[in-house]
Design a protein around this ligand. Structure first.
Ligand SMILES: CC(C)(COP(=O)(O)OP(=O)(O)OC[C@H]1O[C@@H](n2cnc3c(N)ncnc32)[C@H](O)[C@@H]1OP(=O)(O)O)[C@@H](O)C(=O)NCCC(=O)NCCS
Length: 143
């Protein structure tokens, strides 16, 4: 498995992974636009097949910010999410001392995943998502 920079030819595959991972999709056009804006964008690849991705703002209100992270359903619990997040964190901590992200309150699996990295809860934002669901804001400070 390798973690490498996203390439435009990965777009369809990344969108497929996002689609199977979230009820509400950003849409393929947003991915393209974010990439063109120069965000951090990495993919995990196994035998030349993209199995996951992470997107992050390098500077967002002076903090690091994870935009989206997902692993193909058939490749979860194999450590690929960990590899992607670890790489994003190491890049973000070169330029920011705090990383934020938001996650659906019902997404207990992801919250547990982030807890393994020692992310802490900052606050809950009611009705954050279009569905009316609350978001939990998590943060991680560098040592
Ligand atoms: C969250 C997600 C990215 C994790 O990816 P992954 O490759 O399965 O994660 P890893 O295999 O690296 O997991 C590392 C550890 O995190 C924890 N963890 C991961 N998924 C978990 C789950 N569903 N429930 C409980 N703990 C979980 C476990 O401790 C796991 O270690 P273990 O498998 O040895 O028990 C993946 O489940 C996913 O794509 N979910 C849908 C999209 C999403 O929710 N993204 C995050 C919100 S932005």
């Amino acid at each position: 498995m390798i973690v490498r920079k996203f390439r435009p030819t990965d777009l369809k595959r990344v969108y497929e992974i996002e689609n199977m991972s979230f009820d509400q999709s950003y849409g393929i056009k947003i991915f393209q636009e974010l990439y063109e804006m120069g965000i951090g964008f990495l993919v995990a690849e196994v035998n030349d097949y993209v199995v996951g991705y992470v997107m992050f703002w390098l500077k967002y209100e002076n903090q690091g910010h994870i935009i989206s992270l997902a692993v193909d359903k058939n490749y979860r619990r194999k450590g690929y999410g960990t590899e992607l997040l670890a790489k994003a964190i190491s890049i973000l901590f070169l330029i920011s001392d705090t990383i934020y992200l938001e996650v659906r309150a019902s997404n207990k699996g992801a919250i547990e995943f982030y807890r393994q990295f020692h992310f802490k809860q900052d606050r809950v934002v009611p009705n954050y998502y279009e569905s009316g669901e609350d978001a939990v804001i998590l943060y991680l400070k560098s040592q």
